[in-house]
Structure formats: C-alpha cells, structure tokens
Write a protein of this length. Sequence first.
Length: 361
Amino acid sequence: MSIAVVEIDRKAILHNIDYFRKNFPDKEIVAIVKANAYSHGMLGIAELLCDKVDGFGVARVSEALALRKIGIITPILLLEGFFPHDDIGILIDFNLQTVIHSQWQIDALNDIAMEKQITAWFKLDTGMHRLGFNIDEALSAFNRLACCPVVRKPIHLISHFSSADELTLEQTAKQIQLFEQFIASIEEKTLIGNCSIAASGGILAWPLSHYDAIRPGIALYGVSPFKQPISELKPAMTFKSELITVRQHKKGEAVGYGQIWSSPKDTKLGVVAMGYGDGYPRSIAENTPVLINGRRVPIVGRVSMDMIVVDLGNDGQDQPGDEVIFWGKGLPVEEIATHTGISAYELLTRLTTRAKIHYIN
C-alpha cells in the first residue's frame, strides 16, 4: 500500500456541488474533470457526480473515452476540441461534444458526411488569445459552422477569461462586453444555444458572466481560484504521508542533498516518505510548513525524490508512523501556494500516480 496518499472527501465534493446548485439554480453545471479531476481521480469524481451535473469538461479525447468506458452517459465536452489527427467519427460514436476554435475544424466538419450530428460549442476569443475566433472573423466563421450538415443546431457559444482572478483589472469586463457584442451580431437567434464564459473565477466574482452554463474547475474541489480560501467551499483533498524515522540532530550539522541547510541548534529531525516522485515540488521553499499532530513544522533541506526532512524541534514527541499533512484540513493548499509561489492549480495537478487516491465518506 502506498504511504503517500491523496485522500479525497466525497462529502466535500457533494457539498461544493450543492453550493453551486443552490446559488445558481437556473444554470447548467459543466464539471471540469480534466487532468485527472485536478488529481482528485477523474473516474471516481465522475461516478460521484454523473447524476448531479449537466456535463463534464475534459481536455483530451482519451479522457472522454475513459469516462464512457466506465459507463458515464452524462454529456462530455472536449474543451480543446478535436485535434488534426483525431477521428471525428469517434465524437459521433461516443456522443462527445466539441469546442470549435479554428477554421480547419470547420473545414474538417464540412468534409464528412454522416447521418448523426455533433454538438458544437463555438469558441470566441475575447482576450485570452489562445484558442478561438477573433471578433472580426467570428461571425463569418459561425455562419460557416451553422451551414455544416453534421453540426447540430443550435450551436452553443463559449469563451474563457484570462484574468478573472484579478478583481481590480478591467480585462474581464471587456471580455464580457466582447462576448455580448458577438451574441448581438448573430441575426438568427435560434442558432444560439447555451452561452458559457464563467469558470471558477468568473462564477465566484463576476455575476454578469454566468449566462446559461457555468464551468467550475478548481472551485469544484473546494480550492479558491484567488489567493484566499473561499469559506463557503470545502476542500476535498488532503495530501499526506507519514514519518518513517525521527533522528537527533546536532547544531551546525547539515542535512540532505547539497547541504543547503544547517541546524542553528540541537533538534530532532523527522524523515517523511514523500518527495518529488510523488509530485511534491523539489523547488519548494525552505521553511514551508507541514502539519504533524496538530502543529506546523518546517521543511528543511532539499526535497528529494522519495523523502522530505522536517524540523520537529528538540522537544518534539512525534514518532514514526505519525501522519504528516502537506495540505488539507488545517493547512490550505492556497497557503502553500502563497508560501511557495507555485499556484494551487499546479500543486494539485502535478501529483503523480505513486501517491495513491483514497476516497473517504
């Protein structure tokens, strides 16, 4: 059994979905489960939520097929659309919805002849400048897409914020204005299906962005897209391991690779079965806290592949086998993100398969 554990509280996930349902009762919810559901376990989360959300959002066809393989019949949206070498027939065979963001995709759809149709989400580039049609080409592209026999009508509209977590910037308001401008430019309103631009930051901070469908990602898992935790949401993940030994350590002695830390006093050091092989960053800042027996103690020395050393203090009574929490209850991942300069998104999604997922409740 793995000693490094990603513990997921199912009740917390259900609480968060209930929060979105109660606060946005007239909105469809597309739960984002890409990147293994932000390391919460895509298959387990999808099984938990399949009858509680209106759809799932993934980044790759392979993720969508994995969900279909376990019997998920909930609508699935490919957020990056299909790729140049993907078989479009798979989208039809497995009833996958797709974002359309490029002219070549429309060309590809015009080149196929099938009786069944594909549900499409037309992506407008409102300022992210990553995927989507620029405003000056968008209307003609939308009309071309609407003429594709294989595309189901109405066509949904989608965009994505670049700075929704920056509450004082005008960029998000400008993106909403562009989205509205494009919607108004479509003369045949019956061609317009659901409109969606709000992911976690937009849902929580920009009410004008909610439209018909919201797309909770990191917030679904109880983690804030901002620097501070959101009190109404419950973090679902506890990332933890345990002490494997406790050692006496003398003043002036160094520890770990590169000998980058030396103790200023006699102390006790604990060695934890955790490292960058489990996804905990090697570049983590010295003195980043972990939680042991209800108290915070600092990481010292360099994080190695399989082990991390913490300073327990000379009076510490901690023993091998004691639980060590790297983030979770009592130590929010948002705090670790602030301490380290590594975003909560990256901290969550970089976890490796060696750290095994365990569901509770």
